[in-house]
Design a protein around this ligand. Structure first.
Ligand code: SF4
Length: 374
């Protein structure tokens, strides 16, 4: 196998195999991977720009029965700190999000054993009644699978009802690594890999735009990372004509602070900045049919994320006015609207505000700058 042949195949839009991805991960100089990924980025998106979004991650509930071993966010049913977010809190936090220039909630939560389909459809309708311009980027395949199980309904039935109630798009949480050996070790209470992929395909058939993610740097092998990328690419390849399908791919690193995986199994995130940039470049190279690759500044920090913008990534994600899940496992980084734009400029690009569909937005004229308390 020759790197140069694989680079040509990638630049021509070809699908590299798992073995070819593994070969490049192990053998290719990082500078070459960055160069090829940057070329592929230029073929697909406006090259001088880096997009970003203002939104807020809000959680419906922290009650969860999935018991993922990397999660410090959830509480078991009946726990003193268990909550379900009430409408007044939504109202207050959404108003604040609009004041900060955002127009979207990324709304997710745990697998609550008593919150079924009617709970979510009522909630979405209430939120849209209060804030008709609000976009709901909400739930994810594991939560949809959980609702399907509670209701004994198919993903198509559940997603159709959620969409009718106001779901605008679906993020891609709970993918971790889409290989069941890994999922059995770290998140066996969640849907399996095929179910995750099937729910995404169903969403694409219903015209819902979604994102895909990967959480790596724990118990997976390099081969399993490449299998993950290939599976996502295959689902994207069968999206209906005209559907956007996976609009973005977001790889991030396992945050290990105080997690069961770290405490009981001794699994720590040993991913270096070099390895993260390598994975960003390989994500671009392995996923020629996904337009946007996002660098996760939240987990790797500003400097590494800036480097990723020269390695195939074209999006800096959200300023995350609020984020409670990844932060609970140690992700320490924060951005304001001004800070994220300055970081993009510092990396040599023009910042471009976007919406969830990756359409460019004008900066709202008067927005409050959020205050970050460390
Ligand atoms: S990651 Fe999500 S599904 Fe897993 S335990 Fe935490 S809240 Fe539950």
């Amino acid at each position: 196998m020759q790197s140069t042949e694989l680079y040509k195949k990638a630049l021509d839009g070809g699908f590299l195999s798992v073995e070819e991805g593994e070969f490049l991960f192990a053998q290719a100089p990082l500078t070459e991977l960055m160069y090829i990924a940057d070329q592929m980025r230029a073929q697909r998106v406006a090259h001088g720009k880096v997009t970003w979004i203002i939104d807020r991650n809000l959680n419906t509930t922290n009650v969860c029965i999935a018991n993922c071993k990397f999660c410090n966010f959830y509480r078991i049913p009946g726990h003193a700190e268990a909550y379900i977010t009430d409408l007044e809190t939504y109202r207050r936090k959404i108003e604040e999000t609009f004041r900060y220039g955002g127009d979207q909630l990324l709304l997710q939560g745990g697998h609550h054993p008593e919150l079924g389909l009617a709970y979510y459809t009522n909630l979405f309708r209430e939120l849209k009644k209060m804030f008709p311009d609000l976009k709901l980027h909400t739930l994810g395949p594991p939560e949809v699978a959980h609702i399907c199980k509670l209701e004994q309904k198919s993903p198509k039935e559940v997603l159709t009802a959620l969409k009718e109630a106001g779901m605008d798009s679906m993020p891609g949480p709970g993918a971790e690594i889409l290989v069941d050996r890994v999922r059995r070790l770290i998140s066996k209470g969640k849907c399996g890999s095929q179910e995750w992929l099937d729910i995404m395909h169903e969403a694409h058939k219903l015209g819902l735009t979604t994102s895909a993610t990967m959480m790596f740097g724990h118990v997976e092998t390099i081969q399993e990372r490449m299998e993950h990328l290939v599976k996502i690419r295959e689902v994207q390849a069968k999206k209906p004509v005209g559907a956007k399908g996976f609009i973005a791919f977001i790889p991030w690193t396992f945050q290990d602070v105080d997690t069961l995986l770290a405490r009981i199994r001794g699994v720590h995130n040993l991913t270096t900045a070099e390895e993260y940039v390598r994975m960003i470049a390989l994500s671009r190279i392995m996923l020629p049919n996904v337009n946007n690759i996002q660098a996760s500044w939240l987990t790797v920090g500003k400097e590494t994320a800036q480097l990723c913008l020269h390695a195939g990534a074209n999006d800096f994600g959200s300023i995350m006015i609020e984020e409670n899940v990844v932060s609970a496992a140690g992700a320490p980084h924060r951005f304001t609207a001004k800070g994220i734009q300055a970081a993009i400029r510092e990396a040599g690009f023009e910042p471009q505000l976007r919406n969830q569909q990756y359409e460019f937005r004008r900066m709202p004229e008067a927005i409050e700058e959020q205050v970050i308390n460390y």
